[in-house]
Design a protein around this ligand. Structure first.
Ligand code: ZN
Ligand code: ZN
Length: 489
């Protein structure tokens, strides 16, 4: 068992109100739920064994051993692409990811406590570390020694026993600076997540180990299992599981989580609420959060991929996966298996010429008012000079140097935010004046961008309509003419 503090449990039985006999097992931790079904007995035992191993290792303070204890690939390291091999050299750079859902009484005070620890030890770690009343969500980088020292310390904090983190090789600092701060919501989601019971494992989906996931997804097509991608659409473009539909929302943060029955994704509306749904995301947190919403909506046969796709790659390689995995740091993408360790493959063709030789990372259009994140082939990246279309190449505010090898401009393309790269440690408390200035600037940029995008969409629509008319004419000249007449007011 790997993920977080979750005791594997049987959501299905609970949701259906099954009264399974209690199994006489000492309770692993007061944090965990007290439902022991007969079907859960084995996983609980496994979990306890894992837990014991983790605790023993926490006792010896050797950093590199701690790394090995948290993300042990089942495949031999030589079979893994270098991007997936856990780094062991304490001075090597890495990206370290974890999240942990547990109630935190005073998150603001906790932030200060964490900041003091980092400063006292002089840890040069950079990235996003968010703390809320519901736990922590962290993606940061630094040397293996610095990064794991902090993670191991977090693991010793009350409520954080069994914290599961993963460590990935990086060429240097993968984040510009440390953003350690209190955030009411650990992930961005429309309407917030404070009211969601995410710290209760019983309210979430059933976690599946990567091997179990692989077994189940192999049968997804035959058994009408829904495979649900809980990410942004551009992440799906970079790579996704077979059978998963492209997310309906452009960004996961806009996924509706309101009261209305109509607010579940379209492809879930048509399936039985008892039908199995396999949910996945990069590291697992988005599924844990969103699954509590779906369960509230009555879906009671939900499964999540433990440790997310990144962990699946390490354990099971690229089985049933198409393309690569988008990640939110300087690496931008990681390969699923060693066959793809060279140029990273995307799951969709070049958006400019349609060539299947599309390559990751995504390109962030050099036109600041467009800012589109798109996938292209190497030739088109050169030909369009880092822009997403011809119109962008001659845009009036082509302020930034083209990134023809792909990559984005940081702060999601807000190039004007460059001056922000100031102090290495930011607690989120900035001077009022600067914050207001930035907000104004962002608002102005947004307006410009909207203007540009709507113009572009209108242009695209014009071309599409013209093409459709042409096609219709070719098929049946008379009918098309009649239609035209009928449409004219
Ligand atoms: Zn192309
Ligand atoms: Zn563009």
């Amino acid at each position: 068992m790997l993920q977080n503090t979750r005791v594997p449990h049987c959501n299905k039985a609970q949701a259906r109100g099954a009264s399974a006999p209690l199994v006489l097992l000492p309770h692993p931790s007061p944090l965990h739920h007290n439902h022991h079904h007969s079907c859960c007995a084995q996983p609980v035992l496994e979990w306890r064994q894992h837990q014991r191993r983790v605790l023993c290792r926490a006792d010896d303070a050797l950093l590199h051993e701690a790394v090995a204890s948290t993300s042990v690939p089942t495949a031999s390291p030589s079979a893994l692409p270098p991007q997936l091999v856990p780094p062991t050299d304490p001075s090597a750079y890495c990206v370290l990811n974890f999240y942990h859902l547990t109630p935190i009484a005073d998150p603001q005070a906790t932030v200060e406590e964490h900041r003091r620890f980092i400063e006292r030890l002089g840890l040069d770690i950079r990235g996003r570390i968010y703390i809320s009343s519901q736990g922590m969500n962290s993606q940061y980088g630094g040397t293996v020694e610095h990064a794991t020292t902090y993670a191991e310390w977090v693991k010793q904090q009350p409520g954080f026993q069994g914290l599961f983190y993963t460590v990935w090789p990086a060429d240097g600092h993968a984040f510009p600076k440390l953003r350690l701060k209190y955030k009411p919501n650990l992930i961005s989601l429309a309407g917030g997540m404070e009211a969601m019971p995410i710290t209760d494992p019983a309210a979430r989906a059933t976690p599946l180990e990567p091997a179990k996931w692989k077994e189940m997804i192999a049968q997804a097509k035959d058994k009408d299992i829904v495979v649900l991608d809980v990410r942004n659409d551009y992440e799906w473009d970079a790579g996704h599981f077979e059978g998963a539909e492209r997310p309906a929302e452009e960004v996961f943060a806009e996924t509706p989580v309101g009261e209305g029955e109509q607010e579940v994704p379209g492809y879930l509306k048509v399936v039985d609420k008892d039908a199995p749904v396999m949910m996945y995301c990069t590291g697992g947190i988005r599924c844990d959060v969103y699954s509590t919403f779906l369960r509230k909506k009555g879906y009671n046969n939900l499964y999540t991929l433990e440790g997310g796709v990144q962990n699946y790659f390490r354990q099971e390689g690229g089985a049933h996966w198409k393309g690569s995995l988008f990640v939110f740091d300087a690496r931008m993408a990681i390969p699923a298996s060693s066959e793809e360790a060279g140029a990273l493959r995307a799951a969709v063709p070049c958006s400019l010429c349609g060539s299947p030789d599309s390559q990751l990372p995504h390109v962030n259009c050099a036109n600041i008012d467009c800012n589109e994140l798109f996938i292209a082939c190497a030739a088109c990246k050169q030909r369009f000079d880092g822009c997403c279309c011809e119109a962008c190449m001659s845009a009036p505010r082509l302020l930034r140097p083209a990134k023809v090898d792909g990559g984005h401009y940081g702060a999601w393309g807000n190039y004007a935010d460059r001056d922000e790269a100031g102090p290495i440690i930011s607690t989120g408390r900035t001077r009022e004046g600067r914050v207001a200035r930035r907000a104004r600037r962002r608002e102005a940029l947004k307006e410009k961008r909207m203007e540009f995008v709507s113009e572009k969409l209108a242009r695209k629509k014009m071309v599409r309509d013209a093409m459709a008319r042409l096609e219709a004419l070719e098929q049946s000249p008379q009918e098309a003419e009649q239609k035209e007449v009928a449409c004219t007011p």
